[in-house]
Design a protein around this ligand. Sequence first.
Ligand code: 4AD
Ligand code: MG
Length: 481
Amino acid sequence: MAKRIRIKDILINPKIGEETLVKGWVRTKRGNKNVAFIAINDGSTIKNLQAVADLEKVDEGLLKLVTTGACVSVSGQLVASEGKGQTVELIVSKLDVLGEANPEEYPLQPKKHSLEFLREIAHLRPRTNTFGAIFRVRHSMIFAVHKFFHDKGFYNLHSPIITGSDAEGAGEMFRVTTLDPSQPPKTDDGQVDFSKDFFGLETNLTVSGQLEGELGALALSDVYTFGPTFRAENSNTTRHLAEFWMIEPEMAFYELEDNMDLAEEFLKFLVQYALNNCMDDLEFLNQRVIEEEKVMKQEERSELSLIERLQFIIDNDFERVDYTEAIDVLKNSNPNKKKKFKYLIDAWGADLQSEHERFLVEKHFKKPVILYNYPKSIKAFYMRQNEDNKTVRAMDILFPGIGEIVGGSQREERYDVLKARIKEMDIPEESMWWYLETRKFGTAPHSGFGLGFERLMSFVTGMKNIRDVIPFPRTPGNAAF
Ligand code: 4AD
Ligand code: MG
């Protein structure tokens, strides 16, 4: 019995004349009364393999079961193809139907389906060209993340998923408990008594691996985490998930500038990796975006194609802009003066919304932007305070079409300053004692950032909704599959 060969491997190295065994799912079947052409896809590549069945040699009843979505095993001789669209094809000598897909019921017929409809059948959407391409690119990007840091001598650190602290202090956490929700134990003052809970304290799913990453950096110098993070923000946007993956490098002895340099190099590396290794899928996605934009108004279309946008990131230095300067630009901008922004910028200290971030990137600087030195009032407690007492050494990287893709900072390494800030922001100090101790024992300047993996994926694939770049999206009201 011949060994199954993946379609990707057949196309890379076609062994013309050899008996070849292929297994996969039927995309289409067409033909005439003499011959049937079956397009098979096994997910190893966006490309299908065409199997050619001579109706005199292949059982007609069996061939009837070869419908879109059915799983088949086909063997036969590989020959050079004279047809358009493929270089080789398989002349069927043996056909088995491993799994039928009744055409009356199978929802993925060979026609255009909306992304909204495909989200409702997330169990089947990996079988479409679009989602096959996305998930293959996603794998490549995961691999590239590890390659980048490994080659730089960073160590990967697993930060915990269940945690007792709120790293971002935003209070948007999912509780983890084994207490009976209808009858939780209570303390004397009527509060839920979490000391009786599984871990003996109140715990949640982590919003970020940063704080643990910092512990690692203050021992191993250069570390990174890459894990799932969870946020119960009730925002139904095209850029937010309740469960998303984040890459968080943390480096001892790095200041804010070094942090920006690393983040810019990292993003360029990832985009270059996609261009070098995922071109078949990117070309398909590029075409998809062109089709999608055809029905859009001229002003909503992108100036550059998807592949040009990727190349643009690599070819251009990111613009580094102080928050104070950005506020001036925004205050004096046309959409602000003409009250086109939903949130008008009137004073220093305003938090930036995605409309402002995109204005800066797409209309004003026309490049990716690294905004730094934000007001401390709108940023997390752990960021290093500047001498002006008003701003912190934060940096966000803003991308076209996406807005914020990276958030990071130099960390507050001074024990007294950090302790005072924790108090000022009403963060329970008892739960942070271990974090504070790193500033008491052998503290060092250090910095890090977080890249939202799905925001990167949206950028690289050109998918406008973040729900379409993760296999099984979690958003308010959605956790099936
Ligand atoms: O800016 P954020 O909240 O930063 C942190 O969590 C820091 N602890 C990172 C660090 O310094 N180590 O989140 C970082 C990135 C954002 O820039 C964004 O790309 C992504 O995570 N992100 C989300 N992605 C999808 N859905 C959400 N709800 C997201 N919230 C943040
Ligand atoms: Mg942020």
